[in-house]
Design a protein around this ligand. Sequence first.
Ligand SMILES: [Zn+2]
Length: 349
Amino acid sequence: MNRPRRALLLAWVLALGVAGLWGMAGHAASPEPRREPWPPPPVERGAWVVQPPEGYEPNPDEPPVWLPPAYPNPWAPSSHDHFLFGRIYPPGIEDIPLPSYRFAARNDRGGIHGGIDIPAPEGTPVLAIGSGRVVWTGEGLLAGHPRAGDPYGLAVAIRHDLGWQGWTLYTIYAHMSAIWVKSGQWVAQGTPIGAVGETGHADGPHVHLEIRYSDQGPRPPAGLPFLNPELWIAPPMGWGVLVGQVLNDRDLPIDYHPLTLEPLDWSRDIYPLWQWRHKLETHTYARKPGITPDPYYQENFAINNLPAGRYKITMTWNEKTYEAVLRVWPGRVTFFKFTPQDGFVVQEP
Ligand SMILES: [Zn+2]
């Protein structure tokens, strides 16, 4: 993106932020604050997929930054949203969760995935996604005491300064190859806390990231229920989040069921993520105690990091294939409900 456009974008984001703060404070407006269109108009085709100019040759010492920066966070495009956290890797490193093994996926061992997996080269610095107190470092997080051979491997847990509606929030970073912080230490958002590795039960270098909450004040994090990090990490600027309730004919969540998403407004060929060369194959949540849907959205499907634009969503249920075109808006949640009677319907939860 060239500089004037970046400046324009910054101005737009600032204006929006100021308008939002003004609205929240509930002041009688004098003078009238400038109103921004909301929802904002859709972005141009492909405008937000950063791509190198023709003939560009990357400098091996300075990897290109292709992903837009995250929205300034906490990012709260509606009073129901709580994108309190920022990016886990430094700029220039892809930090997109593995789509095939998302939050609440079922694994081979009969367990349910309580977090997201974010692959990166071994040794990549891992950043605290929000400020807070380090409450765990080392091996043994699951057991709650130092123990070799723990499935989390070398892990860090942070109790965050920011909570949500009375909840105390924790983040957990697992499988690291090194830890650079000490228990009891306070860290700012963006502090390097360790390095990407594959210690514990890991298949290739990645961070297994969890967000957990307590509604009874501080608790040891390993015993707490799980939230989907994709609803808590601010999306890249100009990108958005798709959230849904996928229900059967008795209005109950459809358990761990495949769905596909296909972008219609930008070419898949230029999408830089290695995980997504064609359609995105994903799934609804598997049910398990501890897997907690959002208090407002009550979702069993959520996916962040989608460039704004139209997507074809497809699902087969009881031998019938349903499809619809949904629009993902930049910087906010697009919510849909699926039922066999009505198919996919975009609406308020
Ligand atoms: Zn994982």
